[in-house]
Design a binder for this molecule. Structure first.
Ligand code: SF4
Ligand code: SF4
Length: 302
């Protein structure tokens, strides 16, 4: 039986795709984007997150832990060393403030489908379905393919949000079962891409080009606009130029930089690499619409 590690299930989502959606966030990603808003998604295995705003630094969890996996960090508080932690849950249950949380829950395919189908009436009334997000959901492509087929059989749709870093055979496996693919594009220059995310972009571009040739569903490309990383003129124009060469991309979406993940970095005892860089409002990116028009492209800013 195929299994996956889920770190969040968001219900009643309406942002991407059609209708009311249930979003399944799957754990594990090869990339380590500096601005990642879900740092708890990056490791495949489950881990303990400290909710820094709820913690009163009483130190009880450190006393409880038999593995001596909890250490006090003067900047972040009572952080867990995931190499020592056995996920016994003693500290989670022993914290009176509910300030410790296990990130990640294993599901097999049947359990996940049953969880999804709790929302079936909303899919039915709205024309919605499910979204696999992450992390990088394509790590679990066989499970996605199987669940997507079962959704189709019931008349609901499936969307996958991907960073594109996966074997091409993974995309080949889901191309007929998944209705929408939202594909992230971070930087055209592979050397810079590696500095920003930890990996070069060759495989990502190769898969995107493969999808443009072979995928018959709805393909959107999303560009997270991050000043200092990919917001300069060269990066933007290289992206637009590349987009003019691709066929079958049905939507190009810019996502303004935000800072919503910061407390999660703190709760994992990790430094937030973007420092004090201020968040961007949608309106600040409206100039990109004019730039895109110069290439004959239309974009959305989300
Ligand atoms: S996580 Fe809970 S038990 Fe640990 S120091 Fe904070 S409040 Fe105390
Ligand atoms: S889950 Fe168990 S092993 Fe892990 S930090 Fe908490 S008490 Fe220690």
């Amino acid at each position: 039986m195929r299994t996956c590690n889920v770190f969040n299930i968001e219900r009643f989502a309406t942002e991407d795709g059609h209708g009311i959606r249930t979003v399944i966030f799957l754990k594990g990603c090869h990339l380590k984007c500096k601005w990642c808003a879900n740092p708890e998604s990056q490791k495949q295995q489950s881990e303990i997150l400290l909710k820094v705003n709820a913690c009163i630094s009483c130190g009880r969890c450190q006393t409880i832990c038999r593995e001596k996996a909890i250490f006090f960090d003067s900047e972040y508080g009572y952080i867990t060393d995931s190499k020592k932690c056995t996920l016994c849950m003693d500290c989670v249950e022993g914290c009176y403030r509910n300030a410790r949380e296990v990130i990640g829950k294993k599901y097999d395919e049947t359990e996940l489908l049953n969880e999804i189908l709790c929302d079936e009436k909303y899919f039915k009334m709205s024309g919605g379905g499910i979204t696999f997000s992450g992390g990088e959901p394509m790590r679990y492509y066989k499970l996605i393919d199987s669940i997507a087929n079962q959704m189709t059989a019931r008349g609901y749709n499936t969307l996958v949000e991907t960073c594109g870093y996966a074997p091409t055979k993974a995309f080949a496996a889901i191309k007929d079962s998944v209705d929408y693919i939202y594909y992230d594009f971070k930087q055209f220059d592979s050397r810079k891409h590696k500095e920003l995310t930890g990996v070069g972009n060759e495989k990502i571009l190769e898969n995107l080009e493969w999808l443009c040739q072979n995928y018959k569903g709805f393909l959107a490309v999303r560009y997270p606009y991050i000043p200092g990383c990919n917001g300069d003129q060269d990066s933007i124009h290289n992206f637009f130029r590349y987009m003019t060469k691709l066929q079958n991309v049905q939507e190009i979406i810019f996502l303004p930089y935000h800072r919503l993940g910061i407390t999660k970095y703190q709760g994992l005892g990790r430094k937030y690499e973007m420092g004090e860089l201020p968040a961007i409002r949608k309106a600040e990116l409206s100039f990109l619409k004019e730039e895109a028009k110069k290439y004959g492209l239309e974009i959305k800013i989300q």
